[in-house]
Design a protein around this ligand. Structure first.
Ligand code: COA
Ligand code: ZN
Length: 321
């Protein structure tokens, strides 16, 4: 069984987009529940400007409140040096830096040019320096930008190269608004893995156009073994038109488990955690497996079928007498 690494992002990518403010205690309880599920990494929150992302303005309190589980890495999104300093004060395992490979999306999301972002992130990497904190860079709109359209593969590889030269541990290829399609995913993933064998490469899909599971299969075929997913399929970037939920953790996990992959994540515990989400966010989630149940969650045979079966048996018995 091939080992895959699942990274849960609901409390960051999911909660950042919710209209209702989720209480700090509820966020902490949710992270603690996720910690018991077996994820390789949990993206807990983000240390962004509280004006830009008010839903996560309690990042310090959440990070200080959670109970760390051995074997789980706790990562947080960091947009600038100020965010890095705040995050470093909270004992994070990894800082997840973010910039977009598309100029208009970067300006919309981070209010600066890509070059300004790169310069800031280089400073962030210097601040984190030789501490035990790992650095990952999430590159948004890698498979297409809702304002610009396609982003050239070579340009994406160029940005990865610049960060690789700064010594980051990993990169995440983000399909911020669900523009990726399987053959594109397979081709870019294969190129990235071949050119940067030293990097931890994560794929981050949104299901905006229903292609997230298909894209995951394409990435698996290219050799990717690390995926972000969001409990209940929550998620979306408030600064990307048309963005909607991430690939749903339980739907992805259900598929991968059926296919025989070893994720170390417990589906029943994930489903139990997901069932608590509507109460927190105040609306139903797009989770399919939560609605339909697992593939072999069988239903009782309806009474009329049993009656019919008995009639068939007695007719057959009479006929043979
Ligand atoms: N944490 C807390 N406050 C921060 C901050 C941080 N990381 N970065 C900036 N601020 C504060 C500044 O202190 C300043 O506060 P003031 O108005 O009270 O003086 C205010 O935010 C504006 O600061 P400025 O440096 O001008 O930043 P900006 O307004 O250009 O915002 C970002 C830049 C990147 C910090 C902001 O756009 C952001 O946090 N975006 C979030 C992006 C995101 O997470 N998107 C979704 C996920 S991809
Ligand atoms: Zn996302």
């Amino acid at each position: 069984m091939k080992r895959l690494y699942l990274q849960e992002v609901a409390t960051r990518d999911g909660f950042q987009n919710e209209a209702t403010f989720i209480d700090t205690a509820d966020k902490i309880a949710m992270v603690d529940a996720l910690s018991r599920c077996g994820f390789a990494k949990i993206e807990v929150t983000s240390f962004t400007s509280p004006k830009a992302i008010p839903a996560l303005r309690d990042a310090e309190a959440v990070m200080h409140g959670i109970r760390r589980h051995p074997g789980v890495e706790y990562t947080v999104l960091v947009p600038n040096v100020r965010g890095a300093e705040r995050a470093l004060g909270c004992g994070i395992d990894e800082a997840n830096l973010v910039m977009s490979v598309s100029e208009p999306h970067n300006r919309s999301n981070l209010r600066m040019t890509r070059e300004q972002s790169f310069a800031q992130l280089r400073e962030v990497i210097e601040v984190i320096g030789n501490s035990r904190v790992a650095v990952n860079v999430s590159l948004s709109t890698v498979f297409g930008c809702p304002m610009q359209g396609d982003v050239k593969e070579d340009e994406v590889l160029g940005w990865i190269d610049r960060f690789a030269q700064l010594g980051v541990r990993g990169v995440t290829l983000c399909d911020t608004t669900g523009m990726a399609f399987p053959s594109q995913v397979q081709q870019l993933s294969a190129r990235v893995l071949a050119r940067f064998p030293q990097l931890q490469v994560t794929l981050h899909f949104h299901d905006t156009r229903g292609m997230a599971l298909a894209n995951t299969l394409a990435a698996l075929q290219a050799g990717v073994d690390r995926f972000d997913a969001s409990l209940g399929g929550l998620g979306g970037c408030p600064y990307a038109p048309g963005a909607s939920g991430n690939v749903c953790t339980e739907d992805l996990l259900h598929m991968l488990t059926l296919m025989g992959y070893d994720t170390a994540v417990d589906l029943d515990q994930v489903l139990a955690a997901s069932a608590r989400l509507p109460g927190l966010v105040g609306h139903a989630t797009p989770s399919q497996v939560l609605k339909a149940g697992k593939r072999l969650d069988l239903h009782p045979i309806p009474q009329h079928v049993q009656t019919l079966s008995r009639q068939v048996v007695s007719t057959l018995t009479e006929a043979t007498q």
